[in-house]
Design a protein. Sequence first.
Length: 478
Amino acid sequence: MDLKPEEYFQIADEAIFALEGQHLRDPEKFIIEGSVEGQTYEQIAEKHGYAESTFKRDYGQKLWERLSEALGEKVSKKSFRAALERYGAQRTDSQSKSGQKEQEQPAAGLDDGLTRWVGRETLIGELIAKLQGDCRVLSLVGITGIGKTSLAAQLTREPQMQEFLPLVKTLSFYQGSLDFQVVAQQVLGENLASQPELLQNEDAMVREIVHKLQSQPCLLVLDMLEAVLQADTQGGHRFEQPVFGKFLDAVVSVPEMRSRLILTSQYRPPVGAERRFLERHHTEPMKGLDRTEARMLFAAWNVEINSDVDGEYLDRMIAVYEGHPLALRVIAGEIRSPYEGDIQAFWDEYGYEIEEVERLKTATEGDPSQDREDLTFTIDLKDLVRKRIESSVSRLREDYPLAYRLFCMGGTNRRAENRRAWLFLIGEFPREEQKLAFETLLRRFLLESEKVKSKVYYRLHSMIRGVALEHLRAFDRN
Ligand SMILES: Nc1ncnc2c1ncn2[C@@H]1O[C@H](COP(=O)(O)OP(=O)(O)O)[C@@H](O)[C@H]1O
Ligand SMILES: [Mg+2]
């Protein structure tokens, strides 16, 4: 087995950390990585500007002693690689075992944060009917956090859809892979590897993808398509890479197509320029949940209504945020922790924020003379939601600095990561504190989770991630 120099270092660092609770430093990193590449102490010292004569004594010998302790076998500059390989292999085994165990028995009072879907039954019924009919491309459009991604996911889980198209392929542009190639990779898979020349020829690539979709029907979900759109001059949006448009137009216009596409986007993706195929694509503008659905959502999140007053407060929050699920989720998270589900206790502290928004809303909505172009007076739901998240995060900073720190650092994750990777972000803190911080983020609903092959991965919602990154920059400045 041949690992990369940095992989050897990572394993060594983990082993040392497990024993000593502290991480290796630069000189040790240089020694491990340099030794893997066959360099001598002198060469490593020279390369990184250390005193050559004392480098081995100051850093080398101590490192092998510590590592021997951590690995439970004697190692030297010559023999450490095999020992690290063994340690690494064992570690992966036990990791996957313990990972499974954690999932089977979630700690009491904790949930895995997975979406508990509620409502939208009528809409789901209508959309499935469309997809089973002529509609080949369904675009779910609406502001961030309104529930597009989870609706797409829910559609793939509906029994009728599973029967109609058992094969599901999903691709999220959350990860920042913005090239059309990723679509080709997702759809063609192995076939692409055997025809790399396709990547040089856009038209051929589109033909091949469409052909595959025709011959092997699947439900293809392209999530967060706004990432590959840009504003045009007419107030609409177009694809940064025209090949996306070519692809969608081809899906709509070919005579025969049994696959279906679900797109989610904050802006309406330009699909089907030709008027004659109108029934083959549909755009669904998404609104928030209605009062009953939103109340169900709070119940699903273990925020219970125990009195009329509770109900009234919840309804006012639902109304102010127009049933926006992400905003409500963040509020529910706060009511859960630190208020342990006590709606009135939360309202006593922060109800004034909701009241402020209520006043602002009646002020703008109630005044017909208000010039609609004067945007400074209209309140945008997106701004409101963003403010909501920001105040939640500021309170997290006050209440729980380590959870706040983890939250900010999590902003750098470009994809969903497992729990271990999240804890690693604050790896320098005691294990128990790491766990508590992570659990706090879960309980406050600041993390989204997804299950892939019975493993759970966690990420920040894109809007929440934006807030995290801003805080991280401020954090770094101080
Ligand atoms: N109908 C629903 N039932 C339960 N949770 C929902 C529902 N709609 C949205 N959510 C939750 O609200 C949050 C935002 O939804 P998401 O689908 O990520 O929005 P978008 O993709 O529009 O940004 C997520 O945490 C999601 O789980
Ligand atoms: Mg989304």
